[in-house]
Structure formats: structure tokens, C-alpha cells
Design a protein around this ligand. Structure first.
Ligand SMILES: [Zn+2]
Ligand SMILES: [Zn+2]
Length: 224
């Protein structure tokens, strides 16, 4: 397998397939289920829905692909193992650590984005008040490069996770962010992030762990 296939095409395909596969399933739910019963807010902004479809494809092809290509020398320098049979039990620990790192990196980059250049950058993602799954990667390109991609890529970079497991991590992280934005009242993670889009000053993390830690850190320090 070529480097291009290994480090660019395969991870892109994994995330792309999960993102659009899940978004399509939620789209079918959005148009066929009783929205009053299952959605937190029944009204769906179909104009923004359509805009998000094109915008996310633009971000994925024009930003994800070139950035993954530019990172090939980095992964080689990091000397990570590629094949599944080169992995060992420490990669399971690294995968779990990647999840915790991903949550922490996302929490703080996202938190700061509400105070630094908010009107120019993060406000684009907050055009979605009543989120739908497709809104997950709808963001200003600067946010996509500085928050979304680092939350995905930094954890395996830091832990030196085997590449087979890194691809699993990319799929788990994609699944998580799409479900968070689905807007269904029967999914707790979705309710947590829906509140963030509604109120803008709560639930900065993808789950409540980051927010609870941050709450106590603020309480017992002068950080704000
Ligand atoms: Zn969001
Ligand atoms: Zn936000």
C-alpha cells in the first residue's frame, strides 16, 4: 500500500463514510419520524441543512485531504507502526488515552473559541440553533483547521497510536460528533450539545466530564 493510500485515502475514507453514513441515517429519521415526539425542537432549518451539505464536503475535500497529505512526513517521523499485527496491548491503552486527550483538546480549544474571534470564526458553527447531524462539521475553515482537525489528529500524534487503531479512533470521534449534533431527545449526548447551541455558555465538551472538571477548576482557582 502506498503512503498516500495509508496516511491520506484510508483515514479520509473511514471518517467520510462514517460521517455521511450516519448523517444520511439521521436525515432519513429527520424526514420520516414524528419530529414533535423525538426531536428536542421539531423545526428544522432545511435551508441551512442544504448549505451544510455543500460546506462540509468543501471542508473535507479542500482542507482535510491536503492537510492529511502534508502530515505524511510527520507520521513517518513519529515512527508509528502501521499494520494491525504490529500493534500490542499498549495500543488499547493509547486508544483510551486518545479519547481522553481528544475530549480535553476539544473542550479547551472550543471554550477559547467563544472568547477569541467569536464573531468572525465560531459563530458560523452556531448558525445552527436547533442542531441536526449534518451540522457536526459545519464551521468556519479556521475553526475546522484549528479546532476540529486537531481534536482528531493530535491524540494519535501524542500517544503514537498504531495506525490501524488510529483509523478506529477517527471513526469513533466522527461517530461521537455526529451523534452529539443529531438533536434527538432520546440521545443524552445530543441533549447536552443541543443546550450548548441554544445557550452558548454551557456544555463546551462533547460530554459533561470536561465541563465538570472545568467547573471545579474555576471554583478553586482564579481561572475564568
Ligand atoms: Zn456544535
Ligand atoms: Zn460553541
Amino acid at each position: 500500500m502506498t503512503e498516500l493510500q495509508t496516511f491520506v485515502i484510508n483515514p479520509f475514507y473511514c471518517s467520510f463514510f462514517v460521517y455521511w453514513g450516519l448523517s444520511f441515517i439521521f436525515f432519513l429519521a429527520d424526514i420520516s419520524l414524528d419530529n414533535k415526539k423525538y426531536r428536542i425542537e421539531p423545526d428544522i432549518n432545511w435551508k441551512l441543512y442544504k448549505k451544510s451539505l455543500y460546506h462540509v464536503l468543501y471542508l473535507q475535500f479542500c482542507y482535510s485531504l491536503p492537510i492529511m497529505y502534508m502530515l505524511i512526513p510527520f507520521w513517518k517521523w513519529r515512527n508509528i507502526t502501521i499494520e494491525y499485527n504490529q500493534s500490542n496491548h499498549t495500543d488499547i491503552i493509547k486508544l483510551i488515552t486518545s479519547g481522553l486527550l481528544g475530549e480535553s483538546i476539544f473542550f479547551y480549544l472550543h471554550y477559547w473559541s467563544h472568547f477569541i474571534l467569536y464573531p468572525q470564526v465560531h459563530k458560523v458553527h452556531h448558525e445552527w440553533k436547533h442542531t441536526c447531524a449534518i451540522a457536526a462539521a459545519y464551521a468556519h475553515p479556521i475553526e475546522y483547521i484549528c479546532i476540529s482537525l486537531p481534536s482528531f489528529l493530535f491524540p494519535p500524534m501524542i500517544t503514537g497510536l498504531n495506525w490501524y487503531y488510529s483509523n478506529i479512533w477517527f471513526m469513533i470521534a466522527t461517530t461521537s460528533v455526529v451523534i452529539d449534533h443529531s438533536g434527538y431527545n432520546i440521545i443524552n449526548a445530543s441533549k447536552i450539545h443541543w443546550d450548548h447551541h441554544k445557550y452558548s455558555n454551557v456544555n463546551y465538551g462533547t460530554n459533561t466530564i470536561g465541563d465538570v472538571v472545568h467547573f471545579f477548576y474555576k471554583k478553586y482557582s482564579n481561572y475564568n
